[in-house]
Design a binder for this molecule. Structure first.
Ligand code: ZN
Length: 110
């Protein structure tokens, strides 16, 4: 193998590394954004709003977080907190209030 090839391979590696990093992070972002819908089974459940807060449990501060999710396949609207084992269906008025204008962003509360 000639030195020219080695240089070419090194240059290709330097160019490809950031491209691979972008592809990997994009793939992870896809996995994070879309979860399997418990209603229809499609992997199209998208986070519409996510809240993080500090709550009091037995007088001690504890972290809490919960999210609102909408399925792009069947349209079901769900809510799930970090302490919840299952998704629940929030009332329509709660959904409208908590996700108003939200496009999958994160918000701080409490
Ligand atoms: Zn669904």
């Amino acid at each position: 193998m000639s030195p020219g090839w080695l240089i070419a391979i090194c240059v290709a590696g330097v160019i490809l590394a950031p491209v691979m990093a972008i592809l990997i992070s994009a793939g992870l972002g896809y996995l994070v954004r879309y979860e399997r819908c418990p209603s229809c089974g499609e992997k199209r459940l998208r986070t519409r709003q996510f809240y993080e807060a500090t709550i009091l449990v037995d007088g001690k501060r504890a972290p809490d977080a919960w999210g609102y999710y909408e399925c792009e396949a069947c349209g079901v609207r769900l809510k799930k907190g970090i302490r919840d084992a299952e998704y629940s269906r929030p009332p329509a008025e709660e959904w409208e209030r908590e996700t108003m204008g939200a496009r999958g962003g994160r918000a701080q509360r409490g």
